[in-house]
Design a protein around this ligand. Sequence first.
Ligand SMILES: NC(=O)c1ccc[n+]([C@@H]2O[C@H](COP(=O)([O-])OP(=O)(O)OC[C@H]3O[C@@H](n4cnc5c(N)ncnc54)[C@H](O)[C@@H]3O)[C@@H](O)[C@H]2O)c1
Length: 278
Amino acid sequence: MNKEVVVLSGAGSIGLAIARRIGTAKHIVLADYDKNNLQNAQTVLKQAGFEVSSMQFDLSRRQSVQDLVQYSQTKGDVKYVINAAGVSPSQASVEKILSVDMYGTAVFMEEFGKIISEGGSCVIISSQSGHRLGTLTQQESDLLATTDPESLINLPFVKNITDTLKAYQYSKRCNVLKVMFEANRWAKRRATINSVSPGIIITPLAADELKGPRGEGYRKMLQASPAMRAGTPDEVGDLAQFLMSEKGKFITGADILIDGGTTASYFYGDLQYLKQTH
Ligand SMILES: NC(=O)c1ccc[n+]([C@@H]2O[C@H](COP(=O)([O-])OP(=O)(O)OC[C@H]3O[C@@H](n4cnc5c(N)ncnc54)[C@H](O)[C@@H]3O)[C@@H](O)[C@H]2O)c1
């Protein structure tokens, strides 16, 4: 019998927490842009008894995603797919954020949706930030959901983005809408696909945000949020594990917020004052 394969795009903190939970007795393919991250992640997982291989790749290039699909298939049945690669508003330019977080993530869902094994499952890491964008028109939502990845960045309301936070928020909203769109295609292979939208989770990416221009606001936000703390990668890992397990089989095309209540507070609680800046 072919080995089941777990593909992790983005061998960072959140991605690894998920892979560790679902990767036992399977083959884990690690894929990341950063060679050091890849090497370190591979060593840690191997030393913990996991079967692992790795491939350097760039989520923002279709050919690279296609190469990852092909490589993963040489390892067995691609049954579990996670995209946790991404860049944040304090780490990258508008162009970079749109090409990795919006375009690349859309390509990822499209390409893996063509080959996912029967009964497989995918989790895309989006963000609470996408929930703060406010209400889009139905037409804007439909366009983000259905436009082919190559044309996404030419949509008028995307092309005009000049601010990295907006680029991130639109990208993450796009992830959630694309998941709804893709769930219909993935269902043809009896596979599920969902997104998870974390609040601030302590990782290197979050550390850059907490040190960045919006850092002070984020620290205040955490103190005043219902949970009064940041989350951990393990908490996101537990949720993703549930979504990818037999127990999560009735959930597809959905987005699950895991943010300690921050979004609820942003719209209707103590954090409403942040609406102008975050
Ligand atoms: N940490 C948080 O507070 C938080 C909150 C909400 C959403 N997220 C999202 O979670 C995801 C994972 O982030 P994390 O916090 O684990 O950060 P992380 O920095 O630990 O991991 C991100 C990984 O993505 C990789 N990456 C970046 N660009 C890439 C590219 N073009 N191709 C391939 N790999 C690439 C990086 O090398 C890194 O290993 C991101 O999409 C992020 O937007 C994080």
